[in-house]
Design a protein around this ligand. Structure first.
Ligand code: SF4
Length: 366
């Protein structure tokens, strides 16, 4: 029998991607845990797009799912592939808001960069998303959607059974797209628990990185709730320079952020914390700043690594790109010599506006 489908008038059905495994069992009033796991498996290991495909689930339960829940994906407005293989999607959410998702394939890994808010209210002056302002937080299912959608587009579902790092295209998740994840704390943590669940998508904590511009009190919450990798958008070694780049520096000092980082590192058994450092010409690119960075992480005894990212100009930004590659290399060498890893991250996907927020900014009329 073909299952009867209908959408109740004027009502958007709740997404099944909103629930943790435990919640799924309770919500669906399932007396047996293995049935919830079967549904979970269809969602997160098989990537089914209709409840009809859940062939080992009773017709009665499938009927209930059809009538009350949704597993539909968001609408893709743009799907772009760069000459370097970077892929970017601009997607439209149910209420018309747009977010970006970026996939970066490398030799030994495939990183998916996801968004946590539509727009961002932090206003970092080097960031295109920051110029858009915040529209709203993403719901749990909208954050989970980003991975589901990327797996659909990368034809990834057939690789899932091979296990992480063994033929899979998406091996790492980074929360570095649009938005400040710690300002959407509850939804982000719940989505991460779904992404992390070993019965489903099974991305281990070590393969998930959350990047924050430094909402210090929330870093303590994170230390309590989930042990993922932490990255700090630092971009300056002193509050004075940081305030020129990031308005959040008016609220939380580097001292407060570093103290929180120290506690976070302890909670993860001293896993390295990544400090993102965008090099902006004549603002923060002198060797004196590199010296201060090293002193800073030593002072707070934080196990650290740095990512050096030459600023990429976008229309409307007043900052300039660093023009001297030797200067960047000297900066990196100073930090590396102090025994902190400091790779220079050249931007990827420039031909498809892959940097955070650029594609959305350029397509305001969609
Ligand atoms: S860098 Fe991150 S926190 Fe800052 S404005 Fe951009 S998206 Fe927001």
């Amino acid at each position: 029998m073909v299952l009867r489908r209908y959408l109740r008038k004027n009502e958007i059905m709740e997404s099944l991607f909103n629930f943790t495994l435990e919640e799924l069992q309770t919500t669906l009033s399932l007396s047996k845990n293995f049935v919830a796991k079967q549904v979970w498996n269809w969602l997160y290991c098989c990537g089914v797009k209709s409840f009809d495909e859940m062939t080992n689930i009773s017709k009665q339960l499938r009927q209930k799912l059809v009538e009350q829940y949704s597993i539909k994906r968001p609408f893709i407005l743009k799907d772009l592939t760069s000459i370097d293989g970077t892929r970017k999607w601009l997607v439209k959410l149910n209420d018309g808001e747009k977010i970006e998702i970026v996939y970066i394939p490398e030799e030994d890994r495939g990183t998916l960069c996801i968004s946590t808010q539509a727009g961002c209210g932090m206003g970092c002056r080097f960031c295109s998303t920051g110029s858009q302002g915040l529209t709203r937080n993403l719901e749990v299912f909208e954050i989970v959607w980003e991975i589901i959608l990327a797996r659909d587009c990368l034809d990834e579902w057939k690789n899932i059974s091979k296990g992480i790092g063994n033929g899979r295209k998406i091996t790492n998740i980074v929360l570095m797209g649009m938005g400040e994840p710690l300002n959407n704390y509850d939804n982000v943590v719940k989505a991460l628990k779904i992404i992390n669940d070993e019965n489903g998508m099974a991305f281990s904590n070590r393969r998930i990185t959350l990047s924050t511009c430094g909402i210090a009190p929330k870093i303590y919450d994170l230390a309590r709730d989930i042990k993922i990798n932490l990255a700090i958008s630092l971009h300056a070694a002193t509050d004075e320079i940081r305030k020129k780049i990031m308005p959040i520096a008016e609220s939380f000092s580097i001292d407060e952020i570093m103290k929180a980082c120290s506690v976070y590192a302890k909670s993860t058994n001293y896993r390295r914390i990544t400090f993102e450092y965008i090099m902006i010409k004549d603002i923060n690119d002198s060797i004196a700043e590199a010296e201060k960075l090293v002193k800073l992480v030593k002072k707070y005894n934080v196990p650290a690594k740095f990512n050096l990212i030459p600023f990429n100009y976008w229309v409307g930004c007043t900052f300039k790109e660093p023009s001297d590659i030797k200067k960047i290399m000297r900066f990196a060498a100073y930090i590396t010599n102090a025994r902190y890893p400091c790779p220079i991250r050249l931007s990827k996907g420039g031909d498809i506006m892959a940097a955070c927020g650029q594609l959305k900014t350029s397509t305001r009329d969609f």
